[in-house]
Structures are given as C-alpha cells and as structure tokens.
Design a protein around this ligand. Sequence first.
Ligand code: NAD
Ligand code: LMR
Length: 342
Amino acid sequence: LRASFAPRAEKQAQNFENRLQPRASTFKVAVLGAAGGIGQPLALLIKMSPLVSALHLYDVANVKGVATDLSHCNTPSEVLEFTGPSELSNCLKGVDVVVIPAGVPRKPGMTRDDLFNINANIVKTLVEAVADNCPDAFIHIISNPVNSTVPIAAEILKQKGVYNPKKLFGVTTLDVVRANTFVAQKKNLRLIDVDVPVVGGHAGITILPLLSKTRPAANFTGQEIEELTVRIQNAGTEVVEAKAGEGSATLSMAYAAARFVESSLRALDGDTDVYECSFVQSELTELPFFASRIKLGKNGVEAVISSDVQGLTEYEAKALEALKPELKSSIEKGVAFAQKQA
Ligand code: NAD
Ligand code: LMR
C-alpha cells in the first residue's frame, strides 16, 4: 500500500514545490499589524507567493514569534521581523507593496465608524512612515473604517508631498469574495466562475453588490436580489456576531487581502490583464473616493471601469443614490481629521 502511494505523493509534492519556485522578478511586501488576527494568516498566504522575495512583518508587539515560525516554511521568500516604532522605517525601506491591517476590530453592537477614534491615529502614523520610507509603494488599507481611513491616508500623503492616487487602495476584496460565494450558493453556480462587482464603500449600505453585472449572467428574483444584497452588506456583522466579542473576520479577510496582494504583484510583474474591485480616488461619481472595478498595472490603477455603474437596474440605481450621503460624510470625516492634525 505504501509503495503504491509513494510515487503519487512525491509527484504532488514536486508540483507544489515547483509552483513555489522563485520567478524572474520578485517583490518585497510589508505587513503592518502582522501579529494580529488578519496579519498572521495573511503573512502565511503571502509567504506562499512565488512573486515575493522578502516579507517584512511589523507590529507593536508579538511579531518575533510569528516571523520565526513563518521563516521555517520552505518557500522562497525571506521573512524579517520589525517590532515597535523604532524599527518601522527599516521595515518599509525598499518595499513594493505595504499592507495595513493594524488597528482594533469591532465587537457586537459596534459600527465600523465606532473604530474611527483609535484606528484613524494608527493609520495616520503608519502612512506617515510609508510616505517617508517607500513613497512609491502600492498601499493597501484594510484598517476600518475604510471609508474614512483611505481619505486619511490620501491627506497624509498629500501633506508629505508624495500622494499618488493610483497607488492608494482601500481593500474591499472581501466584499467581492463574499458576493461571489453567496451568489454561487444561491444560484447553484460553479464558484470558480462567479464574479460579482461590488461598488461604493465598505460599510453597511455603502457596500453595493451589482448583481445585474454578475458573470456568468444570472437571473435573480426581486426577493433574491433583496436577500443577497442585505446579506453581503451585513456579512461583516454576521462574522462579528458569530465570534461573539472575539473580533471580526480574520481568515476570510486574510484570504481576500492575499488575493489583492497577488493581483498587485502580478500587475507589477507586467501582467496586463489584472482587474479587482477597490476603494480608490475616483471620478465615477461626484464622490472623491469610490469602490469599483479597476484595472491594475505596473503604475497602480490604470483604469477605473466606468461601465460597471452604467445601465444599472432601478434597484441598484436607487441603492447607489441612497449610499452617497453616508459615504460622503465618512470621506469628509477622514479628510477633516487629517487636516486638523496637519
Ligand atoms: P487584531 O486586533 O487581531 O490585530 C490588529 C493588530 O494591529 C494587532 O496585532 C495590534 O498589535 C496591531 N497594531 C495596533 N496598533 C498598531 C500600530 N500602531 N502599528 C502596528 N500595529 C498595530 O485585529 P484584526 O482582526 O486583525 O483587524 C484589524 C483591522 O482590520 C480592524 O480595524 C478591522 O476592523 C479591519 N478589517 C477590515 C476588513 C476589510 O474588509 N477591509 C475586514 C476585516 C477586518
Ligand atoms: C468585514 O467586513 O468583515 C470587516 O469590515 C470587519 C467588520 O467590522 O465587519
């Protein structure tokens, strides 16, 4: 029995290791908040990327163990740990992509905006260091409330004279991941095929899945549209309640963030067919930031896909108008915070 299994197992192992061989171009990625609920599994997933040569893990505490543990995986990238503000600059020097999941998560009964007072300062401090040490890097903001932390980051980068709107991203990939999962389940579709654009922002009704743009095309009843939209909008709260005080989504978030990192690295590596949804500076609506599908290239956002918000159904068009006041005020809150600190 053992003998008959051996060649197969060996072949699988070879394939797995082959997939992890270094590629011609490789990149340095930093995770800020790497010892946290998202940071740890995200670091593991990034450690598996063949496009990464160095993984820099930063946190205010407990990151040494995470880095030592990860460094034993026989994948190509080198893992380096950086603890506390005195090591932040070194963590960021020469980095191509910076991912920021640092900050506090929600507990049941809280909105993402309730995190503003703590997380706004954390994001501000970290983005200041990014501006000083790796202003050309792609910056992925995960810390909530994303609808405000991305505008804060933009203002800080402007104050430092290094703002490049094409390289600042609010990570909304989890909304797409959830929409794809729930739609595939509901319509009995092959998960791998399903793609639902999610636009707007990343909180409550500002999360707007465009079910009419689902690929492959699917027909939904009015009731299905209502149920799916509400479930996607409340999916974060669904996890917060299930975790009952122990935090919010970490594993699905790490998966989604790793997908966005991998897409960014593929774009940096010259792949010309990379599309993701993200909360970015945008002229798609009258709001200065808006999540939509974007085309990623070597220099960041190459195009914002405007067709997504054209030809909306009546339900989607109404929901788009309804989300604008909340999104506008969250953006303005972030901008006002950063300008007051200047
Ligand atoms: P967590 O508390 O488990 O981890 C946060 C980590 O950040 C901790 O290790 C902490 O030490 C670290 N940290 C705190 N202050 C820091 C600082 N100044 N510099 C560096 N690191 C610092 O929380 P989590 O579950 O990983 O969630 C992190 C954030 O991500 C929360 O704000 C949460 O709301 C947000 N989140 C966003 C999405 C999204 O879709 N964008 C999804 C899930 C969670
Ligand atoms: C999510 O969507 O899971 C995150 O924004 C975390 C949260 O607070 O819901």
